[in-house]
Design a protein around this ligand. Sequence first.
Ligand code: ARG
Length: 562
Amino acid sequence: MTDYKHFIASQINAPIPTEEIESYIAETADDSFGDYTFPCFRLAKAMRMSPVAIAQKLAADIECGQVISKVEAVNGYLNFFINRTDFARDTINEVLAQQEEYGNSTVGNGKTICIDYSSVNICKSFHIGHLSTTAIGSSLYKLFNALGYKVVGINHLGDYGTQFGKMIVAFKLWGDRTTAEKEGVKELQRLYVKFHQEEEKDPQLTEQAREWFARIERGDKEANELFEFFKKITLDDVCQIYDRLNVNFDSWNGESFFNDKMDAPLQMLQQKGIIVESQGAKVVDLSDYNMPPCLLVKSDGSSLYATRDIAAAMWRKQEYDFYKCLYVVAYQQNLHFKQFFKVLELADLDWAKDLVHVAYGMVSLEDGAMSTRKGNVILLKDVLDKAVEKALDIIAAKNPNLAGKETVAEQVGVGAVLFSALENGKIKDITFTFDRVLNFDGETAPYLQYTHARCQSIIDKVGQVEGNVDLSALDNPETLRLCKLLASFPQTINDAAHKYEPSMLSALLIDTAQAFNKFYTEHRVMCEDANERFTRLNIVKATKIVLKKGLSLLGIQAPDKM
Ligand code: ARG
């Protein structure tokens, strides 16, 4: 496939390096002005002429031919018209040749990216607040993988803290194994809430909890067995969700993994003179950077969330020698990340610049905000179940005879929920409404899935066609528009990954599906002429490949029938 920007750059006879010229060439927004444009003011200095004059001079030098069909100098821009039917044919051929490999690249070969995402807390239920980190992290995982990076998905479990002392007390007083095994995290959560209610009446409980926590820390057998039991119950529960969401992790090393790995980092910071003592605690003063101090060791000697994150970052650098280490965590933790990144930077660790906080906004349901502490959480499982149930209703109404309706409904319902966290720029707060995310005609996952299934059904209906590509069948605005979108898929994967913004891919897929549906209403695939039919069928096949691959990079499945 011709690299158009590269080719066009090579045709421009200007006194700056060709790579630089290439970097200024952009696709036009409106194709009546051509397909690519080069802004000549970039050359004004080197050529000592006005952009208008430069454009005219350069245009006169360019010979049109097979690739470039026309050049126009307009207001200091050089506008290039490419041979559009060749472009469309080549794009389709490229997609069909590469199949599900289309869009993959090798830019990341030899580099490792760590992605810390989802990172659940033991004994806490998996609620709607965890949706974004899980969906975005998992999509970034798949995107970077497609670009040839080695990716390490890390679930940095919240498995350390005084709350586990409280859990043990609560469990011993009011819980039992059978109920916990049967009810899962819900039961643990119930006990936790009860502890807080009872604690207000009986301060004894607080003291007992402290003792049990100390026993966990000391490695006491009973305490650790109970803790492991809570951990197992929690992970059994969340892994069911991860399976439904098609999400995977390579490491489950959480906060407690760093219990015995904080001394060396603390010593290093001490040696570099970054740590100061303040009322018996150890802190890093960040007032020069307009931040509160980063607390690392409390006056009683215990460590903090930040201490563990510092130890974790250093350990990951050692273990994986990452090129980047991403933390997909809500923007409420902005300060925490800024603080500990700064501490590592002050310690002269040059890789501190490779730590990235990928922040995102909050998800809430239309019927009000969620509250975690009081126990009235909206479980992600309930949201998924409800979405699947509603999807099943819609499918049953639209296509009552569909085989395996339940499986399709699961794919559609789960896909709709995932997409709701991936469709907007990450930093936006979103309100989730079932009707909106499940709208088969909206900008939703079901719409993409439906368009994909439509492609498949056309392919099935038309069947095998023997023929040749008919260039005249490609010569229309709908086909060109669709092919441009298909052609930009690889670059979009690249951008979505490197900007940590899966929504760029979501947007491209929506545009592609809309362009396809437009194409499909305007041009009959099942037409008389075999070459025309062959050509249009190939467009459908290429679209199907891109939609399926794109959805899979968002972690969403694409059933063949809906
Ligand atoms: N468990 C934390 C929470 O739920 C998120 C952990 C994010 N990762 C990290 N390395 N701090 O808030």
